[in-house]
Design a protein around this ligand. Sequence first.
Ligand SMILES: Cc1cc2nc3c(=O)[nH]c(=O)nc-3n(C[C@H](O)[C@H](O)[C@H](O)COP(=O)(O)OP(=O)(O)OC[C@H]3O[C@@H](n4cnc5c(N)ncnc54)[C@H](O)[C@@H]3O)c2cc1C
Length: 399
Amino acid sequence: MDFALPPHLVPTLERIDQLMAERIIPAEREVMERGWVGAAGLLEELRAAVKAAGLWGPQIPKELGGMGLDLVDHGLVSERLGRSPLGHYSFGAQAPDAGNLEVLHKWGTPEQKARWLEPLARGEIRSCFSMTEPENPGSNPVLLSCTAEKDGNDYVINGHKWFTSSAEGAAFAIVMAVTDPKAAPHGRASMIIVPTDAPGFELVRNIPIMGDAGAGWASHAEINYTNVRVPQSNRLGAEGAGFLIAQERLGPGRIHHCMRWIGICERVFDLMCARAATRKIDAEKTLASRQIVQAWVAEARAEIDAARMLTLRAAWTIEHQGFHAARDQVSIIKFYVSDVMMRLIDRAIQVHGALGVTSDTLLAHYYVHERGARIYDGPDEVHKMVVSRRILDRYGVKR
Ligand SMILES: Cc1cc2nc3c(=O)[nH]c(=O)nc-3n(C[C@H](O)[C@H](O)[C@H](O)COP(=O)(O)OP(=O)(O)OC[C@H]3O[C@@H](n4cnc5c(N)ncnc54)[C@H](O)[C@@H]3O)c2cc1C
């Protein structure tokens, strides 16, 4: 067992750290203040700097202009990028494009790849993934109302979606729609590419997240699809393969998310320790002199390290033994790492006192915009249920 960083990756990680320190982190304040649309020019400059440094698209295959890293290496890079809210976007590794890119790469036809995948990989367009519906439980995704009915060579799509992240400004959505309501539950839906300028595609609003509706890539939209007509050649994979593809999309996606969350944890940990070390609570002593803060620091260190090891183990298992062998490990990191992150953000806010709930540090941004981590990609409770079922089955527990 080797816990060292892979030697071939070390120079890359060092160059990423340098770019993060010199360009990305100093740009944070302006992007936070002006928003993702207002600061679009600055964000493009950051992307150009990343491309010039040869660090664009760590997870994007080499033939598409990326670095082509495997899951473990990309996980380690993702942690570094996660230390800034601008990291993944600046390096072309942001959700939901990263997942959509993987789906198009594996399942796209040559025509779909030329039209959508190649400009997506170059960062010239953005995309979104449109599955969740306000009227149905996202935690049980086989319950979908959105339909795609065949008409000649086309599909006609009707549905109501929400939490389609990054829809504003996206060139296309990958829409999960029922193509055969009579099929077995997991064979009913298909993934279909819908250009966002198709007639009948209506972005109703960006949904406010604890009061912040965001903009552009940093937003979550409610969308109506009303008689949206697209050619059947826009379907990804076989008819009814939507859930199969979704499952494949989510496996590596959870590694990316968890390593990004660990990057956030490291940033928040730094903020918490720095504040504890400098905030005087009387003439002599700082907050760091208090045992309860010391316990928070030690506990956080242990939890972040445990989260990282669990996530890298899951990445390694997917890479070497396939997703099926890693199912439980992936569920475990989904609920464990999101929980570690949210507890740490909350403690760091507590250490900062009133400053913690202002927008003068990143903590409030993380508190608002990372809370969803315990809900998306399968709510934590569902992952716990899945893991415990497989364990308890071995003890003969009847369902
Ligand atoms: C920030 C954010 C970004 C998102 N981005 C996207 C996106 O880009 N595209 C997209 O399609 N969707 C997206 N989603 C939606 C997300 O996938 C769903 O919110 C998620 O699947 C949960 O569905 P739901 O909100 O309908 O909750 P529900 O299914 O109504 O569940 C509510 C709660 O019930 C509990 N629960 C549910 N089932 C069980 C169970 N079996 N046992 C015990 N407890 C249970 C859980 O605590 C859960 O949080 C996003 C969500 C968030 C918050």
